[in-house]
Structure formats: C-alpha cells, structure tokens
Design a protein around this ligand. Structure first.
Ligand code: SAM
Length: 299
C-alpha cells in the first residue's frame, strides 16, 4: 500500500473505512472467531479513555481485527501489543498500521499464549499495563478468567463484552443475575460498567447488545481465604441449583451424613441456612468456606 492509500485509512473504525478495508483486502468475516468489528469512533474513544492510558503505559489488545481499536490505543499508550488468532489478518494489520511504530502485532491464540512472559517482554519499562479489547463473544469468560486467575501485573482490564455477561460480572448480592461469575470476578477486581452499546455499531451486527466493563485489578483479595480453590468450589456448589437453599445445595457438596452439622455450622458463622446462594456477600462465602474446610468433610 502506498502512502496515499495508508493515510486514507486514518480512523479505521468508521463504517466507510471499515467497508473500504474489507473490500481492498478481500477479507471475509469468520463467525466462528467472533469477528464483529466496531465502527463507532465515539465508542472506541470511550473504551480507550476508560483505560486511563498515557505515554508511559502499555496496552495489550486481544483480537485487533483490522485495527480500529489498536489505532486509537496507539495514540494514547506508549506501547501497544495486539494478539490476533486469525492468520489472514496479520498482513492486513501490518500494512494498515505500518506507520504506527509503537504497535506490535503477534499472531496467536490468547488462551495458549504465555502471558506473564509476553507482558514482561513487551512492556519492559512501562509504568503500568492494561488489557483493552473488544472481545470475541464465544470465549469472553475463559479469556477474562485466564487474565484474572494468572494474577498478571495489570492495572485495568477494559473490555467490550456481551451486555448480559457484563451485568453478571458487576452484579451485587441479592440481584437476579448475581452468581459464581460475579463472585469470581469481584474476588480479583472491582468491576464498573462503563456503557452499554447497541448491536448496530458493529459489522457484521451480532444478535445481542454489548457493554464495556472496566475491571480494576485488586492488589489483595477483598476477603482472606486459606484455600482459594476450595473457596471457589464452595461458591460453585452454593449456586448449583439456584432455586435451592444454601443448606440444600451445600448438603450435596458435603454429603448427606453431615446435613445437621452443616446447618449448625452455617448458623455458627451467622448465615441463615434457608437463604439462597445469590444473597451471600463475598465475606459470607469466605466465612462459610473456611468453616467447611476446617470441618474436613470434603477433600
Ligand atoms: N478489535 C476489533 C474491533 O473492535 O473492531 C475486532 C474485535 S472482534 C469482536 C474479535 C477479534 O478477536 C477478531 O479479530 C478475532 O479474529 C479475534 N480472536 C478470536 N478469538 C481469539 C483468540 N482466542 N485469541 C486472539 N484473538 C482472537
């Protein structure tokens, strides 16, 4: 591509530019890779602004597509690394972003990449790193759980995801959509819904609406638990059947023979056994988990 053509692509994330690029490179969308490209410059700006970047900071983008968000990130961050799974997009991205020296595009599946090594290598010297992405819907939760569970040295994760999933992540106890995903996300981060986004601002349009969520990574979990994986097993078990009481769900977890002792244990930590999992705070889940762990009913 010559210089004139390249300057024509300034502001990739508009309907006209995106159509132009798709046509020029003969690109065809793969639904199986969650390829829905953003074509609204205001929303792109909003995503980037939410990450609080500056020239001393790094941004890791997952799934750059044809580079609409990447281009905006490059203007706000000191260094941008973008991981894209689709091999067909790599030469397109390298061409379109050829005049953007602070961007590096890496081909790969983010679920397979050694992220601690990649972050150390790509963002050496940066004062902080955020993940910023319009995530492919089919793997949103596995990607976010990988980012959180690996306890990566990140400041923020700002992502566009399915609206319903964002609402579950940010939900408070007592709400209809509060569940094990809310507890897991809130254990590692403080979620904040930034904005909701209609399905009309993508090419092609997905069937669902989206939302931008910001996860501010915690330096310490909000509750102290002695065995994290046991804590998450207790949380999962508490939501196993949403209409069942905590006592019933947890009986299935600890074994029928411990039912009576379990009821006493819940009362002992101040949690009424007739409550449902969806009403418990993280502090209450931690108290229940610690008590069941100490009872040694489950290995
Ligand atoms: N960032 C672009 C935008 O906002 O227009 C594209 C976003 S599109 C929703 C998701 C992108 O993630 C696609 O380019 C897709 O090929 C890529 N992708 C899908 N699965 C991936 C994975 N496991 N690892 C890295 N990239 C992936």
């Amino acid at each position: 591509m010559d210089k004139q053509q390249r300057s024509d692509t300034a502001g990739i994330g508009t309907p006209r530019r995106t159509q132009e690029i798709i046509k020029r490179y003969g690109f065809s969308f793969k639904k199986s890779l969650g390829q829905n490209f953003l074509i609204d410059p205001n929303i792109l700006r909003n995503i980037v602004d939410s990450a609080g970047l500056d020239e001393t900071k790094g941004a890791l983008e997952i799934g750059p597509g044809i580079g609409a968000l990447t281009q905006q990130l490059a203007e706000s961050a000191g260094k941008v690394t973008a991981i894209e799974i689709d091999k067909r997009l790599i030469p397109i991205l390298r061409d379109i972003l050829a005049d953007t020296p602070n961007v590096e595009v890496i081909q790969g599946d983010v679920l397979e990449v050694d992220l601690p090594a990649l972050l150390a290598r790509q963002f050496e010297g940066c004062s902080g790193v955020s993940v910023v992405a319009n995530l492919p819907y089919y793997v949103t939760t596995p990607i976010l759980m990988k980012l959180l569970e690996e306890r990566l040295p990140l400041e923020n994760i700002v992502v566009m995801i399915q609206k319903e999933v964002a609402e579950r992540m940010a939900a408070s106890p007592g709400g209809k959509v509060y569940g094990s995903l809310s507890v897991a996300v809130q254990y590692y981060s403080e979620p904040e819904l930034v904005c909701t986004v209609p399905h009309t601002v993508f090419i092609p349009q997905p069937n669902v609406d989206s939302a931008v969520i910001k996860l501010k990574l915690r330096s310490e979990p909000p509750v102290a638990v002695s065995d994290e994986s046991f804590f998450f097993r207790v949380v999962q078990a508490s939501f196993a059947q949403r209409r069942k009481t905590l006592a019933n769900n947890l009986t299935a977890f600890v074994g029928k023979e411990h039912r009576e002792a379990l009821v006493a244990l819940l009362e002992g930590v101040g949690v009424e056994p007739g409550r449902r999992g969806e009403t418990l705070s993280l502090t209450e889940f931690a108290a229940v988990s610690e008590a069941i762990l100490a009872a040694k009913w489950v290995v």
